[in-house]
Design a protein around this ligand. Structure first.
Ligand code: NAP
Length: 474
């Protein structure tokens, strides 16, 4: 039998997950230049699409969210279908997928957080930054969480861009937040926040910080907060000076000079909040009576490891900081999917350039592919996913001639929809999402905000059902 990809026998692809990497994969498949006819069905666990663009990107970074206009265009392709509210492994299993699709692309991202592995990490008041981010962005699974913001000091561990987002949201004024699409309940909770001092702990020095220049610049533009950094931290050690000279790392250079400028700025008594940026420190334990009250930290020094990287090493100097809440922001981690290989050590689906393997460095699983964070780990910005997905799609299409696909027996869309209907899974189409989107944006316009998000799936479902029940007006 000839390879799928013809008008009579289109290549049927299921994409699991509707974040940027999933949409870039869909786009590359539908626009392929090899003349291969592809039908893409995208499955999403939530009722709403766009993954971290909706649930991760900070609410005050609206411009970044405009990228969804490109995804809307992909979704408008006649061979694209969206099935929201469908959970892979529960509502439809891997085996059921392989009987309905030639190829499957996992685009599920990295849904949990890394652990520090220190005493007290599980005390009340110690939170994964990822949970706080999902909460303030209105992710339905996290909307019921509560954060105790009654203490003046909050600690953020790590200094990647997620840590910067969390710190900036904590340091923003209610007026600044009210202009964004932050979830309403989060806006209310942050309005009542007593947090005045946010201490960020970076384990390495200023020249090795993981944040990028625009995020550091934004700290200086906040209405109510000023950046505090110590003289000791802004003085470069010889190893870092050599690194900057030898590497030509312009972003690190800019970070260093911006931090040195922040150090020079005199204290502004009119700004009630402080972002205290600490470097070369690591938390060693969280302590308190049933909840976090203190964080013990150790001072670090840098050393050059055998791979030529500057790494942190603990010294004998310890310090204790009083704080009421801690956000651990040391990176995301993927979670396994039922019936799909997983490499626990790296928290990813094992793969070579997107081709899934049964184990790390094992055999290929023909028909299974990965894109985005579940393929390469949690790094890079939204745009990084475009070339990443293009690479996987190129391999998918190349593999067709070699039999790199499943041999499904039920290759119509009706076969998928019948299965979901039999299971009483009320799937969300892209048109359904567009109705939700329209209402969110309209509510936002009334309030002078980009949108007012629905966060309760039952409310979204009721809205869709009531709009279905309305007479069409013809
Ligand atoms: P990240 O950039 O990898 O940062 C992780 C941070 O945690 C680093 O500061 C790291 O320090 C620190 N860390 C790791 N293990 C630690 C430990 N055991 N103890 C103390 N500190 C530890 O990760 P992320 O912030 O979660 O961001 C994920 C990706 O999304 C990044 O590529 C980021 O740029 C991107 N992102 C972009 C934006 C944006 O464009 N605005 C916003 C959010 C996220 P070391 O550097 O020493 O390892």
């Amino acid at each position: 039998m000839s390879s799928p990809g013809t008008a009579d026998n289109p290549l049927r692809v299921a994409i699991i997950g509707s974040g940027p990497s999933g949409f870039y994969a869909a786009d590359a498949l539908l626009k392929n230049k090899d003349g291969i006819i592809v039908e893409v069905d995208m499955f999403e666990r939530l009722l709403t699409p766009f993954g971290l663009v909706r649930g991760g990107v900070a609410p005050d970074h609206q411009k970044i969210k405009n990228v969804t206009k490109l995804y809307d265009r992909t979704a408008g392709h006649e061979n694209f279908r969206f099935y929201g509210n469908v959970e892979f492994g529960t509502d439809i299993t891997h085996a059921e997928m392989t009987d309905r699709y030639h190829q499957i692309v996992y685009a599920v991202g990295a849904q949990t957080d890394k652990q520090l592995g220190i005493p007290g990490e599980d005390l009340a008041g110690s939170h994964a930054a990822t949970e706080f981010v999902a909460w303030y962005n209105g992710h339905p699974d996290y909307r019921h969480l509560t954060f105790d913001l009654s203490h003046e000091t909050a600690i953020v561990i790590g200094n990647g861009n997620v840590a910067m987002d969390v710190t900036r949201i904590l340091a923003s004024s209610p007026e600044e937040l009210a202009k964004t699409d932050i979830a309403d309940y989060a806006l209310e909770a942050l309005r009542e926040s007593k947090v005045k001092r946010i201490v960020m702990l970076g384990r390495r020095g200023i020249a090795q910080a993981a944040f990028t220049n625009p995020e550091l610049k934004e700290f200086g533009e906040l209405e109510e907060a000023q950046v505090i950094v110590s003289e000791e931290d802004v003085m470069l050690d010889p190893l870092s000076t050599n690194y900057l000279t030898d590497s030509g790392d312009r972003s690190a250079e800019k970070n260093v000079s911006m931090l040195q400028d922040y150090y020079e700025i005199p204290h502004d008594p009119d700004k009630p909040k402080a972002i205290v940026m600490r470097f070369l420190v690591s938390p060693t334990k969280f302590e308190g009576d049933g909840k976090v009250e203190q964080v013990e930290i150790v001072h670090n020094e840098l050393y050059l490891n055998d791979r030529g990287t500057l790494r942190p090493r603990a010294t004998e100097t310890f310090e204790t900081i009083d704080a009421g809440i801690v956000f651990r922001s040391i990176g995301y981690r993927g979670v396994p999917l039922p019936g799909v290989p997983f490499f626990d050590k790296w928290g990813i689906i094992p793969n070579v350039d997107g081709r899934v393997t049964d184990t790390h460095e094992g055999e290929f699983v023909p028909g299974d592919y990965a894109v985005g964070w579940i393929k390469r780990g949690p790094s890079g910005i939204i745009g990084t996913n475009k070339p990443d997905s293009i690479e996987t799609v190129k391999n998918m299409l190349e593999d067709l001639a070699e039999g790199g696909h499943y041999n499904p027996t039920q290759t119509t869309r009706a076969a998928v929809e019948d299965l979901l209907n039999e299971r009483n899974v009320r799937f969300i189409t892209f048109a359904d999402w567009q109705k939700i989107d329209e209402i969110e944006v309209a509510k936002g316009e009334e309030a002078g905000r980009p949108r007012v998000k629905f966060t309760d799936p039952a409310e979204m479902m009721a809205l869709l059902e009531s709009s279905e029940a309305q007479p069409s007006g013809d």
